[in-house]
Design a protein around this ligand. Sequence first.
Ligand SMILES: Nc1ncnc2c1ncn2[C@@H]1O[C@H](COP(=O)(O)OP(=O)(O)OP(=O)(O)O)[C@@H](O)[C@H]1O
Ligand SMILES: [Mg+2]
Length: 335
Amino acid sequence: MTDGGGLRLTGLVKAYGPVRAVEGVDLDVPAGELVTVVGPSGSGKSTMLRLIAGLERPDAGMVAVGGQDLRDVPPHRRSVAMVFQDYALYPHLTVRENIMFGLRVRKVPKGEARRQAGAAAERLGIADLLDRYPDQASGGQRQRVALARALVRSPAVYLLDEPLVSLDAQLRLSTRADLLALHRQIGSTTLHVTHDQAEAMTMGDRVVVMDAGRIRQAGPPQEVYDAPADTFVAGFLGSPPMNLVPGGGVLGGAAGGTVGVRPEDLALDPAGPIEATVDAVETLGSEAVLLTRCPDGLRLAVRTPPRLSLRPGDTVRLRFDPDRLHRFDAAGRRV
Ligand SMILES: Nc1ncnc2c1ncn2[C@@H]1O[C@H](COP(=O)(O)OP(=O)(O)OP(=O)(O)O)[C@@H](O)[C@H]1O
Ligand SMILES: [Mg+2]
């Protein structure tokens, strides 16, 4: 357990010309917590990580690790390891040299660095690649080299920018499990950016949802899922995300506001109050998602058991449990 390795971001701002990449981020991550970060493309996730790593200077605000303001601490002196979205491996160094790089910069003796690099490579299943160059490895393998390079550093804070995105589904699952096991073992404070909903929900002690450079909500995954703070979060988390009905419509009136219902909280029922036409049936094996359309044009996604004999164009009736509705005010905030 790395003690005192908590991370605190205060009023962090970073603009690139007119682009407000990070727009006032406050975040407190206690030592040892794993936070998953989600948000649409361009919402400032990578920029936030780069500010923490010291690769960018904030226009305003502060990054602190273990209570220390890092303003004047250069990147290589920060107890922070980052796995980049694009791997950022050194092409002229072998896989082994890439993994050892951070250790050598920190003056770890060569033999010990080699040993640690070998152990990390073994752990990530890339031991047979140690003497190759990055361009002789596949995308998924390069990603694991980048992970191994971060793992050997044992920093106070890990910043992982979509570290599993290039892995195939199976490897992704096993690497996810490895990462979690490793996290439990070394207990480093971790920010893990992902576009994968399942990863965001299952890996994080908390999930942070970003939009347009701001944090919309931060909380335990189930809490954020069950009680999204606003319509943005409601429409972002979940696959498919929550159905949002401006004005309430078929879900019942909401003067000026919006009413939402998750696809799993709608059900087929011949006596249900909502009539809709099936636009498409997405069969996912263990379940199906019906994409339906009400007479007024409103689209509703419905999660159903698999093997229904419904076809596009069929008419269905839907029911919902009033207790499972989510209400948002005119500004989109949860009521
Ligand atoms: N070096 C840069 N110069 C100018 N604009 C930049 C630069 N880096 C990022 N941006 C802009 O800042 C915003 C945030 O970018 P960032 O890379 O942080 O997004 P992201 O959330 O990581 O997106 P993605 O999910 O696509 O990786 C975007 O509008 C992006 O175009
Ligand atoms: Mg990014």
